[in-house]
Design a protein around this ligand. Structure first.
Ligand SMILES: Cc1cc2nc3c(=O)[nH]c(=O)nc-3n(C[C@H](O)[C@H](O)[C@H](O)COP(=O)(O)OP(=O)(O)OC[C@H]3O[C@@H](n4cnc5c(N)ncnc54)[C@H](O)[C@@H]3O)c2cc1C
Length: 394
């Protein structure tokens, strides 16, 4: 059995930025990150990869290059938590003990919840921005479509960045228009939920965006099956239970997502399966030496990297207080941000907190579509991510 003072599960956005902040605060801390992947991806770029503005390769770096100096990388995956023994078990059968644990393995893509999707995705017009293996197919199918029906879906429940399913719809629509085929393509956005966006201020603008672009929206439509032979998308209406069949020529699917199984099956889980932490302090509600942040945590806010930028400093301050047996005083207010790309030259920068109140960064109305905010998403935020956030500086 190996032992570390602090063990971090997951070397994604949350795990790396937290490790870097901890090392910056105290270089003597003994920290290990358990992460199976060789590559680390800046996933927000996948929207722009799907829209043909970047290649998939441009969104990634070697994991070894983002692990902070002095932090040990255990290249393995966690399969079980033993919080009463302050240890966990890995896929390789190794037991790792800790004094403090930070759980940040992200959200799980549940492709199998839509019948036929796993086999279909990446082929014959079925694509998805949600994985590095399929994001390249989005741009291919958008570019190839000259006529017919293009569908963009949003499932029920939490997904990474609540606005991301819409972003690719708007980019595709803009691309069809710019390449002169828009009048031959019917663009449909479907969502299982009853609204286009959770926060009224931004929802009102996005409703005008879909109207202006002539995008047909079908709310309360939950995709349940893809029949790739006949190019049919099968929906269940969430209000009437009625089945609706739509023909597609291309379909961008946002897969249903949920807590990772090994978290949901553990003693760390909330009823819904997420790591059960206090929404303000990020400390586990039953195990005081356990903390969590990012997509895997039970925080009732939209799951984004931007949210993690505000969670990481709170977690670090509270963990250091816990280590010194002092009260936890840092508070996370639920801040999250979703830059909703509405075309190749426009973006609505939604920023809000737990109460759904806008919490905007800039001294202008961010509900307006702006070219400057698109430039921020394309160039500013990736630089902030690689050079600021992952280094524990921003
Ligand atoms: C298409 C798309 C668009 C997005 N747009 C935006 C946006 O515009 N703005 C924004 O802020 N956010 C956006 N996001 C969301 C953002 O990328 C995520 O919220 C963020 O990456 C979550 O960070 P995380 O560390 O919780 O999870 P991740 O970054 O996904 O990292 C989780 C890590 O845990 C590892 N892991 C998994 N299982 C195990 C295990 N068993 N043991 C050990 N390690 C494990 C994984 O390999 C991974 O490296 C977008 C995401 C997507 C996919």
């Amino acid at each position: 059995m190996s032992h570390h003072q602090i063990v971090i599960v997951g070397g994604g956005t949350a795990g790396i930025s937290t490790a870097a902040r901890l090392r910056n605060a105290d270089p003597t801390l003994d920290i290990a990150i358990i992460e199976p992947s060789e590559k680390h991806y800046y996933q927000p770029l996948w929207t722009l990869v799907g829209g043909g503005m970047f290649t998939p390769e441009q969104s990634g770096k070697n994991e070894a290059d983002v692990i902070p100096y002095g932090v040990e990388w255990i290249r393995d995956a966690v399969v079980a938590f033993n919080p009463h023994q302050n240890s966990l078990t890995t896929r390789e059968g190794v037991e790792v003990a800790y004094d403090y644990l930070i759980v940040a393995p992200g959200i799980q893509l549940n492709w199998d919840k839509i019948k036929g999707l796993r086999e279909a995705v990446g082929k014959n017009g079925v694509c998805s921005n949600y994985s590095i293996n399929t994001v390249g197919s989005t741009w291919k199918f958008i570019r190839e479509l000259k006529e017919g029906t293009a569908i963009f879906t949003q499932p029920a429940g939490a997904v990474k960045c609540g606005g991301a399913p819409q972003k690719i719809c708007y980019l595709a629509e803009d691309y069809f228009r710019r390449s002169g085929v828009r009048d031959k393509i019917n663009v449909i956005f479907t969502a299982a939920g009853p609204r286009l966006f959770a926060v009224d201020k931004y929802r009102e603008v996005l409703e005008k965006t879909v109207a202006r672009k002539g995008v047909e929206t079908r709310l309360r439509h939950d995709l349940v099956e893809i029949r790739s032979d006949s190019k049919e998308a099968i929906y269940r209406r969430t209000d009437t239970e009625e089945e609706v069949v739509l023909h597609y020529d291309m379909i961008h699917v946002t897969p249903p997502m949920g807590a990772p199984d090994f978290v949901a099956n553990s003693e760390l889980a909330s009823e819904a399966g997420w790591v059960d932490v206090d929404q303000y302090t990020l400390q586990h509600v039953r195990f005081s030496n356990v903390f969590a942040l990012g997509d895997a945590a039970s925080l009732p806010t939209s799951k984004t990297g931007a949210a993690i930028r505000k969670q990481a400093p709170v977690l670090v301050e509270n963990l250091l207080s816990e280590m010194r047996h002092q009260p936890l005083t840092a508070i996370y207010d639920g801040y999250t941000s979703c830059p909703v790309v509405t075309g190749y030259d426009s973006l609505v920068l939604a920023e809000f907190n737990y109460d759904g109140e806008p919490e905007e960064t800039f001294p202008f109305n961010q509900a307006q579509e702006r070219f400057s905010m698109l430039l921020l998403k394309k160039y500013g935020l990736p630089a902030l991510y690689w050079h600021g956030m992952l280094k524990g500086r921003a």
